[in-house]
Each structure stands twice: as C-alpha cells, then as structure tokens.
Design a protein around this ligand. Structure first.
Ligand SMILES: Nc1ncnc2c1ncn2[C@@H]1O[C@H](COP(=O)(O)OP(=O)(O)OP(=O)(O)O)[C@@H](O)[C@H]1O
Ligand SMILES: [Mg+2]
Length: 253
C-alpha cells in the first residue's frame, strides 16, 4: 500500500492449517501464521503446549500430519529430500537442550555442519569457526569440551554452530532458559545484533518476560493446540485474552 507509506513484505514462512501429532496425540490442531523477514517472532505458551513441536514440524524433524509450510514461497512438505535439504541449509536451529556433542571440542562441534554441508577447504572452515566464536564472545574457549563450559557459554557455542552456515532464518528454542539475568540479556543483545546487522529472520521460543520485551517484534501465542493470538507485543497485551493477560501479569502460565 504505497500510497499510505506502508511497505507490505512477503512472508518468509507461511504456515497453513498445520496439524502436528505424535501417534494418536494431536498437539497442534490447525495453525495458520505468516512469519516476516527481518523480524523476531516469539512463540509463547505453557509447558507442553507444542512450541518445540511447532519448530520441529516446520523443519520436518517431525513430519506434519497435515497442512502446508512454505519457505520463500515454496511448499516444503511435499519436497523431496534433496530439495528440502537446500532449504534447511539456509536455516539454523538452536535446540532447547543445546545438543552439543560432548566428546568433542567447541571448535569441532562448529566444524560439523561446515564439513557436512560444504566443500570449503580446511583453512576457510577454520576461519569461519573462529569468526563465529568471536561473534558469540567465545573466542577464548575454542578448544574446550562442552562439559568445561558454563550454561551460558554452552548456549553461545550452540548458537555459533547454528550460525555456521550463515542462515537467513534462525530458530531458537528457549535460548535463555536456565541462564542468569545478565547472561540472558547479553544473549538477547546478540540476537538483536543478528537481526539488525545481518537482517536475519528469527523465530524464538521463550517465556522470559524481560527477553520478550527486549526482542519481540511479533508474538505467536499457542494454547490447547490452537493459536490464540498472532501480532505485535502491544497488540497481544491489548487483545483482552485472559491467558495472555495472566502471563504478562504474573510472568508464568
Ligand atoms: N517425541 C515425542 N513423542 C511423543 N510425544 C511428544 C514428543 N515430544 C513432545 N511430545 C508431547 O507433545 C506435547 C508438546 O510438547 P512440546 O515439547 O512441543 O511442548 P513445549 O511447548 O515445547 O513445552 P516446554 O515449554 O516444556 O518446552 C507434550 O504433550 C509432549 O508430551
Ligand atoms: Mg519446548
């Protein structure tokens, strides 16, 4: 709507009628939402409501039972493995538990996606690993094992691994869970830098109120398998939805 000075962006991810199941258990029952480029979208909802499931279904770590998920305008659920692999290469995922391999160093953990997905020389891979670790402030922990890192450092190392392939979309599941407020804030600063400096699209699951206020452009609120709200943070607070009001009042579900 150029006349009104509003630039209408195309969604980078478009989800329609997504149904997610584990066997007979239906966790998500018809979710439709658009995710816009260059924005931070926060997925909110009580424990067990299906936030991680939503991320895993979008990335086909679990195959959705029904629905449509497009990335950059292309339907992904019907794509063959090779074609979908090309989509995955443009995304990064920071898992809820970090999922670092414990028996190898931080350096080697980050080299894995680069060795698996690229034909880059050892020298270039070495350079990329060092740049990513500097980006997350872990340049001095490069040869440590994950067991020798603090909780916040583990999250940073996982983030460096998720960023190894220069993703255009980054998915983060509870990046600040279990971190002290200062570490959590510095992780948020890092995430905001990725958005502002690298124009990354970021989808985050978090229930930390301070974090949500610092980073969220958009909110997706899940409850009982449905999406109760999608829109801005201010909109979420004004929507008059009791579950959301309760969350923002007491900081938990
Ligand atoms: N691999 C699985 N097999 C069977 N059921 C599962 C599996 N993973 C999750 N579930 C169930 O699906 C539901 C949603 O789980 P999910 O992990 O998506 O919740 P969540 O919103 O991420 O919760 P939390 O905030 O605790 O991380 C829960 O009832 C959970 O028990
Ligand atoms: Mg979860």
């Amino acid at each position: 709507m150029i006349g009104e000075g509003i630039i209408t962006k195309e969604p980078v991810i478009r989800i329609r009628d997504l149904v997610a199941k584990y066997g007979e258990l239906t966790v998500l029952d018809g979710i439709s939402v658009d995710i816009y480029p260059g924005e931070i979208t926060v997925i909110l909802g009580g424990s067990g409501c299906g936030k991680t499931t939503m991320l895993k279904n979008m990335l086909r770590l679990y195959e959705p039972a029904a629905g449509s998920v497009t990335f950059w305008g292309e339907e992904t659920l019907t794509m063959g493995e090779n074609e979908f692999y090309e989509v995955l290469k443009r995304t990064g995922m920071l898992f809820q538990n970090g999922a670092l391999l414990n028996s190898i160093s931080v350096y080697e953990n980050i080299s894995i996606p680069l060795e698996m997905h690229t034909n880059l020389s050892r020298k270039v891979i070495d350079r990329i690993i060092r740049v990513k670790l500097d980006l997350v402030g872990l340049g001095n922990a490069i040869h440590r094992l994950p067991s020798e890192l603090s909780g916040g450092m583990k999250k940073r190392a996982s983030l460096a691994r998720a960023l190894a392939m220069d993703p255009q979309i980054l998915f983060c599941d509870e990046p600040s869970a279990g971190l002290d407020p200062v570490t959590s804030e510095s992780l948020d600063t890092l995430i905001l830098n990725l958005k502002h400096q690298l124009k990354m699209t970021i989808v985050i699951v978090t229930h930390e109120l301070a974090s949500i206020h610092r980073i969220a452009d958009k909110i997706i609120f899940l409850d009982g398998g449905k999406m109760l709200f999608n829109g801005s943070l201010e909109g979420a607070k004004r929507a008059g939805i009791s579950q959301i009001d309760h969350f923002f009042e007491v900081g938990r579900f």
